[in-house]
Design a protein around this ligand. Structure first.
Ligand SMILES: [Zn+2]
Length: 317
């Protein structure tokens, strides 16, 4: 009886040991955010849509010279991580919503409500995809959240109509039927430019984002199946490419239509010639496959690989 208990306890530890070994072998020690100078990526949420891994859903911050200026995705849990990161709503220039799955957008109104307590007056640029299938476009999403008449959080409608003293949202909705990259933000002061490019994610309209500042560039692939050559061009030469490793090799059906398997992730990173590939969007079930998946990625990509954890900070130079 006692022996069985020990066996069971040891068996439960094996995946943990494998995971830790894989992480230790690959991930560099992350810098702490914010760096005082330069451009850095901070992971707010390294998880996916399942609440079984102690990770927030998808979300990322870009810091420039110690200021968090851009947020990409606002999945559930990123509200908490945003506060833990020390970022300030008054500093935020841009929010990019890659698509309207909950694990990429659910904390957006919570972020705005938090920001309503700040002294911010200047507007906020928010970019997202146009409508497709059962999914709303950015404008309809904003109305469903913040609209004065029918919005779920209509008490925050001043973000949309300027009727109160809240910052006005400058929304940029991107037509996902076009395949060209579009500049969605260009800042004179911080010299940051952000471009968006539609990516294939099943029937879900979805965007990738590229943030450039100075000599640095960070590309956020978002959820996608890896089938767009335009995206490889878009990510060309990036210092950091963030890709979501959601499904195992050999996946078929809807899983494959939505997500890129490890070999495709590795091929994209290699072909784009990126310096660092950040793998993210984990869940308990994808973490079980982690060791195998990393081996496959490494067979296709010979650059640096970092496994994302919430609040990790990765400097671009
Ligand atoms: Zn997702």
């Amino acid at each position: 009886m006692a022996t069985n208990k020990v066996r069971r306890a040891f068996a439960a530890l094996i995946p943990l040991i494998v995971t830790c070994a894989a992480t230790a072998a690959i991930a560099a020690t992350p810098a702490s955010c914010p760096p005082t100078a330069g451009v850095a990526l901070q992971i707010l949420g390294s998880g996916g849509p399942i609440a079984d891994d102690a990770r927030a859903s998808s979300g990322y911050l870009v810091w420039i010279d110690g200021i968090a200026v851009a947020m990409i995705d606002t999945g559930g849990g990123t509200f908490l991580r945003y506060g833990e990161s020390g970022a300030k709503f008054t500093d935020l220039d841009f929010v990019g919503l890659s698509h309207f799955h909950t694990d990429h957008s659910a904390d957006f109104p919570a972020l705005l409500k938090s920001g309503s307590f700040s002294a911010r007056e200047r507007g906020l640029t928010v970019a997202g995809p146009g409508a497709g299938g059962p999914f709303p476009g950015l404008e309809a999403f904003l109305q469903s959240m913040l609209g004065k008449q029918h919005g779920a959080y209509g008490y925050l409608s001043a973000y949309l109509d300027g009727s109160g003293n809240l910052p006005l949202i400058d929304s940029v909705e991107i037509d996902v039927d076009k395949s060209d990259a579009v500049t969605v933000y260009s800042g004179a002061e911080n010299k940051m430019q952000i471009d968006a490019l539609p990516v294939p994610h099943g029937i879900v309209p979805a965007l990738s984002f590229k943030v450039r500042a100075g000599d640095s560039s960070i590309v956020f692939a978002s959820d996608q199946n890896g089938g767009s050559h335009d995206f490889v061009e878009f990510a060309q030469g990036a210092d950091v490419l963030v890709m979501h490793m959601v499904v195992p090799e050999g996946v078929t059906g809807i899983g494959r239509r939505l997500h890129a398997p490890p070999s495709v992730i590795g091929d994209i990173a290699q072909e784009a010639g990126v310096d660092t590939l950040v793998l993210s969007h984990f869940m308990a079930r994808s973490l079980r496959d982690l060791d195998t998946n990393i081996k496959i990625v490494k067979q296709h990509f010979d650059g640096r690989i970092i496994l994302a954890n919430d609040l990790d900070c990765i400097a671009t130079n």
